[in-house]
Ligand binder design. Structure first.
Ligand code: PRT
Ligand code: ZN
Length: 293
């Protein structure tokens, strides 16, 4: 095991136990970082990278990063924005996707944003909620801040309506609420402290960002292989929206070649059908573990 050099080792805050934990660990492992059992300890050293993880509640992550206790953090954009944290957002990550929305009882009198005027709104997101109404010139709402179970506030007559995070919409529905307007789109973000960092830490962060980019590109790409008559290669090259020109290798059968390349996953079915029409056969698609472009 490497010893941690306090000048270069990165301390990264992640959620200890919640919706973002497993996906963050999967991402970190996907970019080559290895950890011993991260469920047992609050501070976990990485076995093969100068990194340690601090496992804390998601609400504490922006402040820990802001104060420089941690150099990086993986946390929802909703939490970063609500805390108005002084941090740098390095990039968005496509998990933990949700939206903060205004919702009201299904059969009540609130149907549109203007109807919230003079109403009581329960939320765990007072800053984002207040900002939303201020931007629309509605200044007479009362915000009731709750730390959880916001969705039952109208039934308990604590509030007329709520703002809450929504992903499938199932929770709102189950509580007789309808979504009236979206306040904020959220996904997980990788945030960095604005406190000065050593060159060693900056290098590590760049390396991690490059690996995350490669990991994302790999997840969105597929390696495809096919056989085709050599005469079809010019047509095949036109069809493939390839990052580079494809690899073309002769086959034992005279006049036949194997073509290998990488394509974006969302083009796969269109591309495959066109390739077949152009004379390709035995088209095989494989997932890619990781790639650096
Ligand atoms: O203990 P700790 O404080 O760390 O965790 P927590 O309970 O505060 O957070 P957690 O684990 O529930 O969520 C962490 C982060 O996940 C949030 O800050 C968001 O960035 C993100 N996320 C993504 C969500 C959701 N989707 C989500 N659906 N967070 C919460 N929800 C809840 C929502 O509050 C509501 O109760 O799920 C319910 C709605 O879901 P649907 O699918 O029924 O619409
Ligand atoms: Zn939380």
């Amino acid at each position: 095991m490497r010893t941690l050099d306090s000048n270069t080792s990165l301390r990264i805050a992640i959620q200890k136990s919640g919706r973002l934990t497993d996906k963050t660990i999967t991402l970190l492992e996907g970019i080559g970082l290895k950890f011993d059992d991260y469920k047992r300890s609050l501070l976990v050293k990485c076995r093969n990278f100068d990194v340690e993880l601090l496992l804390i509640r998601d609400d504490d992550i922006p402040e820990y990063v802001q104060d420089g206790v941690c150099d990086l953090g993986f946390v929802g954009a909703n939490t970063v924005a609500e805390d108005e944290a002084d941090v740098t957002i390095l990039r968005g990550l496509d998990y933990g996707v949700c939206r903060l929305s205004l919702a009201a009882p299904k059969n009540g009198g609130i149907k549109k944003v203007e109807d919230f005027s003079g109403k009581k709104i329960a939320t765990s997101y007072p800053v984002l909620t207040r900002k939303f109404f201020e931007e629309r010139g509605i200044s007479d709402t009362t915000i009731v801040t709750l730390s959880g179970s916001v969705e039952i506030a109208p039934r308990l007559e604590i509030a007329d309506a709520i703002t809450d995070l929504v992903s499938t919409g199932g929770t709102l529905k189950a509580n007789g609420l309808v979504e009236i307007a979206k306040i904020f789109d959220s996904e997980t973000q990788l945030i960095q402290t604005n406190k000065p960092l050593s060159d060693g830490k900056k290098q590590l962060i760049n390396k991690m960002l490059q690996r995350i980019e490669g990991h994302k590109t790999a997840a969105e790409s597929r390696y495809i292989m096919m056989n085709a008559p050599e005469t079809s290669v010019p047509e095949i090259k036109k069809i493939i929206p390839s990052m580079k020109s494809p690899t073309v290798m002769p086959l034992a059968d005279n006049g036949m070649v194997a073509v290998h390349t990488v394509i974006p996953i969302d083009t796969f079915w269109d591309v495959m059908e066109q390739l077949k029409e152009a004379g390709a056969s035995d088209i095989v698609m494989l997932p890619i573990e990781s790639m650096i472009v």
